[in-house]
Ligand binder design. Structure first.
Ligand SMILES: Nc1ncnc2c1ncn2[C@@H]1O[C@H](COP(=O)(O)OP(=O)(O)OP(=O)(O)O)[C@@H](O)[C@H]1O
Ligand SMILES: [Mg+2]
Length: 478
């Protein structure tokens, strides 16, 4: 208890072996004094007093060193545990101790800087990986996932870490390929496989061994590429070619059939000849409309990444469209009635495409609207384009052009298919109304290029309204 108090008074730790060290240091002097006393060279009292003096002297010499060593120990332990320590709080007297502290500080700063750099590097690496659209995962020697980018976490779930790939993928060929890389039987493996969960997907996988110096325990990296979308696009393209060929083959077959008839059975029959030539004329004009629309569609698709830059006056375009379709409108006793609000400003767009867009929709309104009725074209400015589920729309003010015709309501099933290529409603085919079924797909592509939108509403009372939204300016889209 007394010893404890003394330690406290000396401000040193209890388990610092201070007493042991003093006793140990005093052993040689004690032996020498003992021998001197045995041979009576000095008296036992002198030997004892001398020994006591040596012990006191050693204590005085050792105490500051013990005290500073203890402080050094505490300081290093605090640095190691990452605690905030202030070296100025230490009472250091020896020059050597101060130098030791200086060296420790320099070493600590060096490694702290290195650790900060590494942390920043790994945060930026993770951020870069998270921007990639395809899933990327790192696995350890046992096939456990020890790193996954955002795309992987989105696809396979947030708690992906430390799961074994066996528990996530059921494809035997994929697991086999991963094992081959893990067992170093192969440096890299590529394969195409299917997954059912979380959804049916066809994936292309690239599995690669990592070099020795890779981060953490990672020994291989798996990158996946979703092939479902590209397969869908390929299918759409081949369907489109098949549909286009089919659409062209039908009128060609009709024309060649009538040429045959004109050359044989109808040879001397002028009435039949006139009738058949009329049909052939219709079919050729249908074919040229089809080819024109197909070319138009591919041209618009090619321009999809180009930013439109014409200054377009909507009122001027509507007047041109009205003039171009006046004859067609007259044939059906339809009146085209434009209503343009005063504050409608010019927009930045592709003038030719905007004209094509308004013309296609007005043409439809005349063709499919009730005869002896009005087709109204109402133009106004709006603050915002309504969002679309399938493409990006531009923020900010826009012009809205609503084209309305009278006529029966379009059913919801038909409504959903209106912009499909070659889609035509059965009732209009039955009424033998001419059309290629491409006008609205062209309109949709133009809308997408301009980052606008196209909405449709239809009812028995109010008729059918197609509303075009085109942004006032073509700023950057996010
Ligand atoms: N205003 C409308 N009212 C009722 N049905 C319409 C209207 N506009 C389009 N449709 C229907 O949508 C189908 C597709 O229209 P789209 O403009 O793409 O082709 P089309 O008019 O048949 O051919 P094209 O435009 O090449 O002459 C039309 O065939 C028609 O059945
Ligand atoms: Mg049309």
């Amino acid at each position: 208890m007394r010893l404890k108090r003394r330690y406290k008074w000396l401000n040193i730790e209890q388990n610092n072996k201070f007493v042991d060290r003093i006793l140990f240091l005093s052993v040689p002097s004690a032996l020498v004094l003992m021998i001197l006393a045995i041979f009576r060279i000095v008296s036992p009292l002198t030997a004892t007093l001398s020994y006591a003096a040596i012990v006191v002297f050693n204590s005085v010499l050792l105490l500051p060193i013990t005290f500073e060593l203890q402080q050094l120990k505490k300081y290093i332990a605090s640095l190691a545990s990452g605690a905030d320590v202030n070296e100025e709080e230490m009472v250091l007297s020896a020059k050597e101790t101060k130098e030791i502290i200086k060296s420790i500080n320099a070493m600590h700063h060096f490694w702290a800087q290195k650790a900060d750099d590494l942390e920043a590097q790994s945060i930026s690496d993770a951020a870069v990986l998270d921007t990639l659209p395809d899933p990327i995962m790192m696995i350890d020697r046992a096939g456990n996932i020890i790193g996954a980018n955002l795309s992987s976490r989105n696809l396979f779930g947030k708690n992906l870490m430390d799961k074994n790939i066996n528990t996530i993928f059921s494809s035997e060929s994929f697991i086999e390929a991963v094992n081959k890389v893990l067992k170093k039987q192969s440096e890299a493996e590529n394969l195409v496989f299917y997954i059912q969960k979380p959804k049916n997907q066809k994936l292309y996988a690239h599995i690669k061994q990592l070099p020795w110096l890779s981060k953490g325990r990672a020994v291989a990296v798996i990158s996946l590429y979703d092939m479902t979308k590209s397969m869908k696009i390929e299918k759409m393209q081949s369907d489109f070619v098949a549909n286009a060929s089919h659409e062209l083959r039908t009128p060609l077959a009709i024309i060649s059939g009538f040429i045959e008839t004109l050359l044989t059975s109808a040879k001397g029959d002028p009435d039949a000849q006139e009738k058949f030539l009329k049909i052939m004329q219709d079919q050729t004009s249908y074919m040229s409309a089809l080819i024109e629309n197909l070319l138009s569609l591919s041209k618009i698709e090619l321009s999809q990444d180009e930013k439109p830059h014409d200054v377009v006056n909507i009122a001027k375009i509507i007047n041109e469209v009205k003039a171009a379709l006046s004859l067609k409108a007259k044939e059906r006793d339809i009146l085209i009635v434009p209503k343009i609000e005063d504050n409608v400003s010019d927009i930045i767009a592709d003038e030719h495409q905007v004209k094509q867009l308004i013309q296609n929709l007005t043409d439809n309104a005349i063709k499919y609207g009730l005869s002896q009725s009005d087709v109204s074209i109402k133009v106004k400015m709006v603050d915002k384009i309504p969002a679309s589920k399938s493409f990006n729309v531009m923020d900010g003010p826009a012009v809205s052009i609503a084209i309305t015709n009278r006529g029966p309501k379009i059913s919801s099933e038909n409504m959903a298919r209106l912009t499909e290529r070659f889609f035509r409603m059965q009732e209009h085919k039955d009424l033998k109304i001419k059309g290629t079924g491409l006008g609205l797909s062209i309109a949709k592509q133009i809308i997408i290029r301009h980052h606008g939108n196209l909405t449709v509403s239809s009812g028995n009372l109010n008729g059918t309204t197609f509303t075009i939204y085109l942004p006032k300016n073509q700023s950057e889209i996010n």
